[in-house]
Design a protein around this ligand. Structure first.
Ligand SMILES: Cc1cc2nc3c(=O)[nH]c(=O)nc-3n(C[C@H](O)[C@H](O)[C@H](O)COP(=O)(O)OP(=O)(O)OC[C@H]3O[C@@H](n4cnc5c(N)ncnc54)[C@H](O)[C@@H]3O)c2cc1C
Length: 333
């Protein structure tokens, strides 16, 4: 198998939530060529697999992972600045890219300076902060299709919209990203802006306990009517609510933290309880940003995963919520 292979990997050590069972096999490609050959090989063998980056947005199943886990990380994390363009390998860490841009006097991605994840995961999620998404700065994405063929997509072909990209549907791997930024800024000014963003995040968000960042997606229609998800969840009295080792953060109600020993089931139970109550009170079924990785390697929104009925019954999931999907990631019940 192309790539560096490790067996019996404790996923809780990798996941930012510090949750998950054991992965049978993790493969870490060391070049785009190796990644492409790996995908060709997996397709030829017809083996189930899942790609992960920094695991900062992932909830791994308590049952672990039987599919092959392709981890894109430090072995593929190079950066190159040329004029106002930055070429990133898929495992490049978002805060490092923001720092590289600052040092080159390039502005436009300050908002990613505090987001702990790889550029591959960030593009897949069209993540960002301050109401921005990384898609705004993308010129081109190098892709690898499920058969291992290397291709590319322009920004327009990536279908970026709020916390969404086409990669959530195509199964293509983000194998490289070209960013176009605005030149001519003073690195000191960019640095001050980034320090301000980091300071705000530190003040507002929980940072001592493991989490995956915001759990629920902010939706413009819902926001206009009721406010941000965190404020709504807080008003409904869920702040501080516990399920096993998982807790709605007492600091920010759109975060679920692991207070120690939380299971995926605990987190899914909290998510479902909050969603159901918010749907009853507002008519909106909140979409969940965090992704659940099942033991078979299926990646779905954690809101769609349901709650395992019994911890030893991976197939038995109780699905909550139903209704119409709203543009921007909500469903009107
Ligand atoms: C403390 C904290 C704060 C956060 N704050 C923010 C924030 O402000 N804004 C925000 O948007 N997010 C935030 N997040 C969530 C997370 O950091 C981002 O979604 C991040 O971009 C995910 O990157 P990752 O490499 O960790 O991806 P992972 O979590 O490993 O994977 C996420 C998804 O991307 C897919 N994926 C990963 N790499 C690739 C690739 N190369 N090609 C194709 N698909 C891929 C995976 O299959 C998975 O579906 C936060 C998380 C934490 C823990």
């Amino acid at each position: 198998m192309p790539g560096a292979v490790e067996e019996r990997v404790d996923l809780a050590r990798h996941s930012h939530w510090r949750i998950g069972g054991t992965a049978d096999i993790v493969v870490r490609p060391r070049s785009v060529d190796e990644l492409s050959r790996l995908y060709g090989w997996l397709a030829a063998q017809d083996l189930a697999h899942v790609v992960i980056g920094g695991s900062t947005n992932l909830l791994f199943s308590d049952e672990g992972l039987r599919a092959i886990c392709v981890e894109i990380g430090s072995g593929l994390a190079g950066l190159r600045v040329e004029g106002n363009l930055i070429f990133c390998e898929p495992g490049a860490w978002a805060p490092h890219i923001a720092r590289g841009a600052m040092q080159a006097g390039l502005t436009g991605i300050e908002h990613i300076c505090g987001i702990p994840g790889t550029i591959g995961g960030l593009v897949y999620m069209n993540g960002g902060s301050q109401r921005h998404g990384i898609g705004e700065a993308v010129v081109r994405v190098v892709t690898i299709d499920p058969q291992g063929r290397i291709g590319s997509r322009t920004a327009e072909e990536c279908g970026f919209r709020y916390r969404h990209s086409i990669f959530q549907e195509t199964g293509e791997i983000v194998a490289g990203v070209e960013l176009n930024l605005t030149p001519g800024s003073d690195p000191g000014t960019i640095r001050r802006e980034m320090l301000k963003i980091m300071g705000d995040r530190r003040r507002k968000f929980p940072h001592r306990q493991p989490s995956c960042g915001s759990v629920f997606v902010s939706n413009p229609a819902f926001y206009a009517e009721y406010g941000p998800p965190g404020a709504v969840i807080e008003r409904m009295g869920f702040k501080g609510l516990r399920e096993g080792g998982a807790q709605v953060s007492p600091r920010h109600a759109n975060f679920i933290v692991n207070t120690g020993g939380a299971t995926a089931r605990d987190v899914l139970a909290l998510i479902q309880r909050i969603r159901q109550r918010v749907a009853e009170e507002t008519g909106y079924v909140m979409e969940v940003e965090a992704r659940f990785v099942s033991s078979s390697g299926r990646v779905i929104s954690a809101g769609e995963a349901g709650v395992p009925v019994a911890s030893n019954n991976a197939a038995g999931y109780d699905h909550g919520g139903s209704g119409r999907v709203m543009p921007g990631g909500f469903r009107k019940a």
